[in-house]
Ligand binder design. Structure first.
Ligand code: SF4
Length: 365
């Protein structure tokens, strides 16, 4: 069954490394946005019942609990098999966690990024390791056991020792799901722009080199594996049974429907995207116009390689796909970036590290 994605692009602060279409806004726009979101969802007719719901952002944990309930009430299928809310540590109280469970939320994804105070300060995040520990305990006491913790490898000033400190916190707190992302440098984030301009702000000169970042990531893979938190996708690790059902839909090319600014949808044949700007989204909904900005036909063969290979289970290309992509497949097999077993094709551990190079090859065909 398809999944539903709800975008809430507002945050308490704009983190230095963040390259998402999200950020600080006025209380007025946030209010108008919630109303527009409720209207867009209420206007949808549901020929199916969603299996999963995912509230991402931005920081949807900022949403007023009554608004959250109002929005979720209009989506059929409650209780969903999985309903996730992304949350910034620092504002989770027992009252809020209980409101979430009453609204149908059964999974919380915490944007921790690091447990080291010096690293957190430079990103603009306000929490500490102690806050995260207390809030995870609160979530568990309120019945929310399915918890993800996000970490970033490559933050300014990060060292082997400080990374081990963050991983030791994971061991202590034992979340069943961990996502590890490597820092992305591009002009869409303040930190990225600073690096590209050779500037000194946000700790830009202290970003670890590519080799060290790759080593930190590999350390996480080994350490999480030792803790029984196994990699199932390039950046995602879970104890068996705690893999994100919603995100698996993206990687398995299953349909999902997105609501809100910059939300993406995929109906199995076509991909579409809502307008990126929250203000434009609100304006369009108020004028009773579609918030959709673009739609393109999907390319199933290309996407099966580009998206499906992200999973450790890999993909099983059809005979025509083996023929079409034979040249890059053979090259990556000989370079040790891909491995083949029966008809199944997977990225090797090294291939996971250089996945962007592999994917680029399949995309340019
Ligand atoms: S990293 Fe998360 S909390 Fe920080 S600005 Fe981006 S979306 Fe908001």
């Amino acid at each position: 069954m398809p999944g539903v994605y709800i975008s809430y692009p507002f945050c308490a602060q704009k983190c230095t490394y963040c390259n998402f279409a999200s950020g600080v806004s006025t209380a007025g726009l946030e209010r108008q946005y919630v109303d527009a979101l409720a209207r867009e969802i209420a206007g949808h007719t549901w020929p199916w019942r969603p299996e999963t719901v995912y509230l991402g952002g931005g920081t949807p944990s900022r949403m007023d609990a009554r608004d959250l309930d109002r929005i979720l009430t209009t989506i059929p299928g409650r209780p969903w098999r999985e309903a996730t809310i992304e949350a910034a540590p620092g504002g989770i109280t027992p009252e809020l966690a209980l409101e979430w469970t009453r609204a149908g939320i059964n999974r919380v994804s915490l944007g921790v990024q690091s447990f080291v105070e010096r690293e957190l300060k430079r990103t603009g995040r306000k929490h500490t390791a102690g806050v995260v520990a207390n809030e995870i305990e609160t979530l568990r006491e309120c019945g929310l056991q399915n918890i993800n913790v996000d970490l970033i490898a490559g933050l300014p000033g990060q060292t082997r020792d400080s990374w081990r400190e963050s991983l030791a916190c994971i061991e202590k707190l034992a979340p069943p799901h961990v996502s590890v992302y490597m820092l992305e440098i591009d002009e869409d984030s303040r930190l990225g722009s600073e690096v590209l301009l050779n500037g000194k702000r946000y700790g830009a000169p202290e970003i670890p080199g590519d080799e060290l970042i790759a080593e930190l990531y590999e350390t996480a893979v080994c350490e999480l594996d030792r803790l029984g938190i196994r990699r199932y996708e390039i950046s995602n690790f879970a104890r068996p049974g705690f893999e994100s059902l919603h995100n698996l839909k993206y990687w398995r090319l299953e349909p999902y429907l997105g609501f809100g600014a910059d939300a993406h949808s995929f109906d199995g044949a076509e991909r579409s995207q809502n307008v990126e700007s929250a203000q434009e989204y609100v304006d369009r909904i108020r004028r009773n116009e579609s918030p959709q900005a673009s739609s393109t036909p999907a390319n199933p063969a290309e996407e099966r390689f580009f998206v499906g290979l992200r999973l450790t289970e890999g993909i099983r290309p059809r005979p025509d796909e083996w023929r079409e992509f034979n040249a890059p497949i053979q090259r990556f097999l000989s370079e040790g970036l891909l491995t083949q077993e029966g008809g199944q094709l997977r990225l090797t551990n090294r291939g996971m590290l250089f996945s962007n190079e592999v994917f680029a090859e399949f995309l340019t065909l």
